[in-house]
Design a protein around this ligand. Structure first.
Ligand SMILES: [Zn+2]
Length: 206
């Protein structure tokens, strides 16, 4: 791992912990459940920092945590935090270092195809055919959500999902839109703990 990359990983984890610790302050209005999640995330960050200290390679799971922590700096295009450029470099590095799932691979291809408004609809169909071919066990994974959309594992109602619509362009104009299926639906609390507090307020009800 190059020095600048290691340095940026340290930065995002330490910076993230600073924010997470601030929210643990007794005066903070964060509830106990969220405070507990913050503590767990701080611990994950500390474990990764310790691995860096020992020059130990990071696991794929570690890289997911690093990517989540880096994201806020990638999105900081005004560079208010002063680390935008390094964050973009780390993001690119993560692209190479992290395993690519079939779904992710399809999304990457789709995004590039979307840049060209002349991409014919049958190319998207070809992509979907490949995806179905590559993930024949889709059904075997079983539903991750109940009929009310609650995560079967943790009961949270907040999930991220992709919707792949097929849009027909005539020149720059969209002339028809075929609504797509929801794919790639993940529980935010189970898979993106760091982002969950942002959506926590929508999770009420019980
Ligand atoms: Zn969940």
């Amino acid at each position: 791992m190059e020095d600048e990359i290691g340095e940026q990983i340290r930065f995002v984890l330490e910076d993230g912990n600073e924010g997470l610790r601030a929210a643990l302050d007794p005066d903070s209005d964060l509830d106990e459940e969220n405070k507990q999640m913050n503590r767990e995330l701080i611990q994950q960050h500390e474990q990764i920092l310790a691995k860096l200290d020992r020059d130990e390679p990071l696991s794929q799971e570690d890289l997911v945590v690093v990517r989540d922590a880096n994201e806020i700096h990638v999105n900081d295009s005004l560079n208010l935090g002063g680390r935008h450029e390094q964050a973009v470099a780390l993001d690119k590095w993560l692209d190479q270092a992290m395993d690519m799932s079939v779904d992710k691979a399809m999304r990457v291809l789709e995004q590039w195809l979307d840049r060209d408004s002349h991409t014919p609809a049958r190319v998207y169909r070809a992509l979907r055919t490949l995806r179905e071919e590559a993930t024949p066990d889709d059904g075997d994974r079983g539903p991750a959500f109940d009929e009310e959309g609650k995560c079967l594992k943790c009961g949270s109602r907040i999930s991220f999902a992709d919707v792949a619509d097929t849009v027909v362009f005539a020149g720059d104009e969209i002339v028809k839109q075929y609504p797509g299926d929801i794919t790639n639906r993940h529980c935010v609390r189970c898979h993106h703990l760091g982002l969950y507090p942002e959506f926590r307020e929508h999770d009420g009800g019980d």
